[in-house]
Ligand binder design. Structure first.
Ligand SMILES: NC(=O)c1ccc[n+]([C@@H]2O[C@H](COP(=O)([O-])OP(=O)(O)OC[C@H]3O[C@@H](n4cnc5c(N)ncnc54)[C@H](OP(=O)(O)O)[C@@H]3O)[C@@H](O)[C@H]2O)c1
Length: 342
């Protein structure tokens, strides 16, 4: 999939007001990215321009600029798919938000900048108690976990939920949302420090998969039954162990491959245990079901205000240090989420 709309506004730089943004001009290492002056975006009909106060950093951002993600935008483009800030311009036909209002938005691209234009349907008021850094980081990782557990797995109270990469952005969100939905949550991480964080946010059982055989340990902690639902975002050997640890009628959620290897799957495993392998692509869900996306976000914000879910911000860095933030995510060094504050 190629997108051209950011190329259009960057080319007009010399004619418009200027803003600072991280611009990707060719696929390459994260360190090649630079802050540039580009034209301010304008609010076309049905769009809103947000003065970005915080942009969430997600694992796919690093893949995107290297040309390793399933979506490949036209050059030049600005990465960053989730933001929080203040509405500074409202396009024709937009009535649910006003200039000066605090919002969160799913920008798809363009978030690593001082301003971004977003489809109005993807902009939501940000309730007062929520800090912008947390609001920005709430959109993608939490919403992916929410969609996966609600619409895909249809997680039920009392079920066993295993989360891999459980101290990462979307993993830690899955731990909290799984608890909120009444599951017994088993967190799988690579260090004791990460497991302690997963425990603090609700995990009932902790497994360090660097120290223990994951398949054998999952068998042991589920009393031989296996897991009802596994939220799998690491891939490779971790996926293989999970695919051999499912309960009858279980749901194995394919969320991501942070370890780098996309696993091959012997389908007889699903046949023998009567379980389902379910793909999760939250970005596509927001396009296919905008109403479901808006309802999910409302529920998530309500849970947030009620204190049932939280965003753990590992570090907030200025726009000039965006590459540092992205590298920290790619290097497996983040607990919770990184945020950029333009
Ligand atoms: N399907 C969707 O709609 C969707 C949406 C958002 C994200 N994702 C995907 O979900 C995955 C996780 O995203 P995230 O934003 O939560 O990332 P993150 O914050 O970086 O967390 C990823 C976790 O994966 C584990 N991991 C194992 N091997 C790794 C490696 N070689 N490099 C980095 N991490 C490694 C790490 O936990 P341990 O150290 O504990 O192993 C890390 O905490 C990514 O593959 C991302 O593309 C998918």
């Amino acid at each position: 999939m190629r997108f051209g709309f950011f190329a259009e506004h960057i080319e007009k730089t010399e004619y418009g007001e200027k803003m600072k943004a991280i611009v990707c001009e060719a696929f390459g290492p994260v360190d090649d990215l630079r802050v540039k002056d580009v034209a301010d975006p304008v609010a076309k009909p049905g769009h809103v321009v947000v003065d970005v106060q915080a942009a969430g950093v997600n694992f796919p951002d690093g893949l995107l600029v290297q040309g390793l993600y399933q979506m490949q935008p036209d050059f030049p483009f600005i990465p960053g798919n989730e933001v929080a800030g203040i509405v500074c311009e409202v396009g024709e036909g937009v009535s649910h938000v006003k200039e000066g209002q605090r919002v969160i938005a799913l920008s798809n691209l363009g978030g690593y900048a001082e301003k971004v234009a977003v489809k109005a349907s993807h902009v939501m008021p940000l309730p007062d108690p929520i800090h912008v850094n947390e609001g920005a980081a709430l959109v993608t990782a939490h919403a992916t976990a929410h969609h996966a557990l609600k619409q895909r797995a249809k997680l039920q109270p009392g079920e066993t939920l295993v989360v891999t990469g459980a101290a990462g952005g979307t993993g830690l969100a899955a731990v909290q949302i799984g608890k909120t939905m009444g599951a017994n949550v088993i967190a799988v991480c690579s260090t004791e420090e990460k497991l302690a964080l997963a425990k603090e946010y609700g995990a009932d059982v902790l497994i360090n998969y660097k120290d223990k055989d994951l398949k054998e340990t999952l068998k042991e902690v589920t009393g031989g039954k296996g897991a009802d639902v596994i939220y799998e975002c690491v891939g490779g050997d971790t996926f293989h162990a999970c695919s051999r640890s499912m309960a009858w009628e279980g749901r194995l959620l394919v969320v991501g491959f942070a370890g780098g290897e996309i696993p091959k799957f012997p389908v007889n495993l699903a046949l023998v245990k009567g379980y389902s392998v379910m793909g999760v692509f939250w970005g596509s869900f927001t396009q296919h079901d905008p109403k479901g996306f808006a309802e999910n976000m409302q529920e998530l914000l309500t849970w947030y205000v009620q204190g049932k879910v939280k965003v753990v911000v590992d570090e907030a860095l200025p726009l000039e240090q965006a590459t540092k933030a992205m590298t920290k995510v790619m290097n497996r060094e983040v607990k919770g989420k990184m945020v950029i504050t333009p």
